[in-house]
Design a protein around this ligand. Sequence first.
Ligand code: FDP
Length: 333
Amino acid sequence: MSRTSLSRFLIEQQRKAGTLPPDLRHLIETVARACKAISHSVGKGELAGILGEAGTGNVQGEAQKKLDVIANDVLLEANEWGGNLAAMASEEMELPYSIPDGLPRGRYLMLFDPLDGSSNIDVNISVGTIFSVLECDESVSGHPTEADFLQPGTRQVAAGYTVYGPQTMLVLTFGNGVYGFTLDRENGSFVLTHSEMKIPQATGEFAINMSNMRHWEAPVQRYVGELLAGKTGPLAKDYNMRWVASMVAEVHRILVRGGVFMYPKDARDPAKPGKLRLMYEGNPMAFIVEQAGGMATNGHQRILDIQPAALHERVAVFLGSKEEVERVTAYHN
Ligand code: FDP
């Protein structure tokens, strides 16, 4: 069987109707290289002494794991000298990281969650890297600021994630379908293994942290109540539940076999619209899910249409198989 490497796939995309500019291709290759390094560290775990807390906190007041910090540094170092980016922003940094003076600055902005699902690192369960690429406005001449990143998800030119599981897989979209690549650990290259990934419209599987049930708003209470009622309830169908507590792993499962993933707004902190972050979790995952034929809303509107007001803004998330996301969104509206 002839294999298509990530590099070959990207070059062919670039040639095909010019859908992929060369500098964006180069950026994605650099991100993929960084993800291989992160995959290697995740795979070593305790052998490299990198499990456990870093002893620091991030801007959201969450304790950082050593691997959160390592993954963030790997992504910054790999991407700062490539000449494709004007600035980067990350879950682990309060402010954007502008490409230092003296290094060439490119026209893209990248946001990432270097290691999503980090509560799973120490227990050897899948974690992942999520990234979103935007264009920097041409009028920005100096160092981009937070305001330059505040673009709705519809403006993303690329998004992807790498899941570090039994296999390391990179899943990508440039707005014309979703493609999955599996890391061949023997020769170190990502190989196209999942072409044109499509989420089934209907599903019998849902994912939500049920321990928060008492804090949810009425539409989510109603919807999950109906899922739990199964065949004898209004949906007349039995549903199964999964909760990995790693968004990347949940989205990956949904891309492969369908399902609905929810992290709703809840009453624990009424000031927050949800737990997940819009710009480096909600938007890239919504872009991927829509490109695979699924749907992603905050309960009221399409996630990709939200105008962000802050870099680390939070969002409620309902994504996956269209029939179910439509239903829970209709209950909100
Ligand atoms: P984590 O806090 O471990 O980084 O990004 C937030 C996230 O993980 C998601 O990956 C995951 O889906 C969710 O939070 C898990 O939340 P719970 O702790 O409520 O299970």
